[in-house]
Design a protein around this ligand. Structure first.
Ligand SMILES: NC(=O)c1ccc[n+]([C@@H]2O[C@H](COP(=O)([O-])OP(=O)(O)OC[C@H]3O[C@@H](n4cnc5c(N)ncnc54)[C@H](OP(=O)(O)O)[C@@H]3O)[C@@H](O)[C@H]2O)c1
Length: 338
C-alpha cells in the first residue's frame, strides 16, 4: 500500500509518499480501504516536532478515515465486509489501508460523501466534548468559539446553534462572511485588533458562559477574563506555537511562559471554571466516545451536523495540504484522498 510518511521533524519536504506492507487485521480488527483521511492540526504540529503524542518518526499519521471494509480479523462479524464506514484510529490513517478495532468504526451515513465522513470524528467529537459534555452549554447562554473558521470551530458552531445558544467567534476577517452564513451571530477579527473589549461591548460587559480556546499562552488569560459568572473555559490546544524548526520551539516556550495559573480560591470567588480536553487521551473511554458518536450521527440524520470539507488533496500533494493549513487558508476541514 501507499502511505504518507513523516520521515523526521522539519518543513514540508520531510513528508513522503512511500510503499509499506499491507496491514493484516488482527483479532477484533477490520481492514479499511481508505477513500478519504482527515488531515489535522496535530499532524502539522507532529511534523514540526511540537506534538508530544506523536509516534516516533518515521511514522504514518492520521486519526480518522472513511472507506470500505476490505477484510476482517477473528471474532468480527463477517457481514460487515464491503460496508462503507467512518473510523477512528490511533495514527496510520493516512494510508491506502488501515487496520482498526471494529469498535472504532461505524457505518457511514449514505447522505455523506467519504470526504465528509472523514471530516467528522476529530472535529465533531472534540467539539461535542467541549461544548456539551464538559462545557455544558445551555440555551440562553453565550459561547465564544476561538478559531471559529477551523474544523473544530465550525463543528462547535453547528452544536451551539442546535442548542440555540448565542454564538460569538474569532477568526481571520476573510472567514467572517462564511461564518455568518453558517449562523454565527457575531464574528470578531482577532488578528488585527484586541478581541476582548469588542466581545465585552457586544455582551454589555457581561461576557460569555463558555469559551473554547485552542490558542494557548496569553490567549487563555484573555479568555478567562471573558467569562461571565458561572462561566467555563475549555482549553484544548496551543496553535500559537505552530512553526517549523527553532521558531516553533521558541514559540512553544513563549506560550508556556505566558500560560496563566488558576487558583481554586480565585475560581471559587469568581464563579468560574477551567477544564482541559485531549481527545487523543480518550482511547480507554470507548463507551463515552461511542455515545457522543451516536448523538453526532443523529445530528447528521436530522441535518444540523454539517461537516464542511474545504479542500481535498491527493496523497502526493501532502506538502501543499500542510502548507494550506499553516497559511490559515482552510475554512473547515482538509482531507486527503489516495
Ligand atoms: N485537544 C484536542 O483533543 C484537540 C482536538 C482537535 C484539535 N485540537 C486543536 O485545536 C486547534 C484547531 O484545530 P482544527 O482542527 O480546528 O484546525 P484547523 O481546521 O486547521 O483550523 C485552525 C485555525 O486556527 C487558526 N490559527 C490560529 N493560530 C494559527 C497558527 N499559528 N497557524 C495556523 N492556524 C492558526 C486559523 O484560523 P484564523 O485564520 O481564523 O486565525 C486556522 O484556520 C489546534 O490547535 C488543534 O491542535 C485539539
Amino acid at each position: 500500500m501507499r502511505a504518507i510518511v513523516t520521515t523526521r521533524n522539519g518543513d514540508v519536504d520531510v513528508l513522503k509518499v512511500e510503499n509499506r506492507p499491507d496491514p493484516i487485521p488482527q483479532k477484533g480488527e477490520v481492514l479499511v480501504r481508505v477513500k478519504a483521511a482527515g488531515l489535522n492540526f496535530a499532524d502539522i504540529l507532529a511534523r514540526q516536532g511540537l506534538y508530544p503524542d506523536a509516534p516516533s518518526k518515521p511514522c504514518i499519521m492520521g486519526y480518522e478515515v472513511a472507506g470500505t471494509i476490505e477484510s476482517i480479523g477473528d471474532t468480527v462479524d463477517p457481514n460487515i465486509v464491503g460496508q462503507s464506514v467512518i473510523g477512528m484510529t490511533r495514527f496510520k490513517g493516512q494510508a491506502e489501508l488501515v487496520a482498526i478495532r471494529a469498535s472504532q468504526v461505524f457505518e457511514k451515513p449514505t447522505e455523506l460523501t467519504f470526504e465528509q465522513g472523514a471530516a467528522i470524528p476529530v472535529n465533531y467529537l472534540t467539539a461535542w466534548a467541549l461544548v456539551v459534555t464538559m462545557g455544558g452549554l445551555n440555551k440562553d447562554e453565550a459561547v465564544l468559539i476561538h478559531n471559529a473558521g477551523g474544523g473544530v470551530g465550525l463543528a462547535a458552531l453547528d452544536i451551539a446553534k442546535h442548542i440555540d445558544a448565542k454564538t460569538f467567534g474569532t477568526a481571520s476577517a476573510s472567514k467572517h462572511e462564511f461564518l455568518k452564513a453558517r449562523g454565527l451571530d457575531h464574528a470578531i477579527d482577532y488578528r488585527n485588533q484586541d478581541w476582548l473589549p469588542i466581545l465585552m461591548k457586544l455582551t454589555e460587559n457581561r461576557g460569555v458562559e463558555l469559551v473554547i480556546d485552542p490558542l494557548g499562552g496569553k490567549s487563555w488569560k484573555q479568555s478567562y477574563r471573558a467569562l461571565r459568572a458561572t462561566g467555563r473555559m475549555g482549553v484544548f490546544g496551543m496553535s500559537t506555537a505552530s512553526a517549523s524548526g527553532i521558531r516553533g520551539k521558541l514559540r512553544a516556550l513563549k506560550a508556556i511562559v505566558q500560560t496563566p495559573r488558576f487558583h481554586p480560591l480565585g475560581m471559587m470567588n469568581r464563579n468560574r471554571g477551567v477544564f482541559g480536553l485531549n481527545l487523543g487521551h480518550m482511547w480507554g473511554e470507548a463507551d463515552k466516545v461511542a455515545s457522543w458518536t451516536r448523538e453526532i450521527m443523529q445530528g447528521v440524520a436530522e441535518g444540523w451536523i454539517r461537516p464542511h470539507v474545504d479542500r481535498s488533496f491527493r496523497f502526493d500533494q501532502i506538502a501543499d495540504a500542510h502548507r494550506y493549513i499553516e497559511a490559515r487558508k482552510n475554512i473547515g476541514k482538509v482531507v486527503l484522498v489516495p
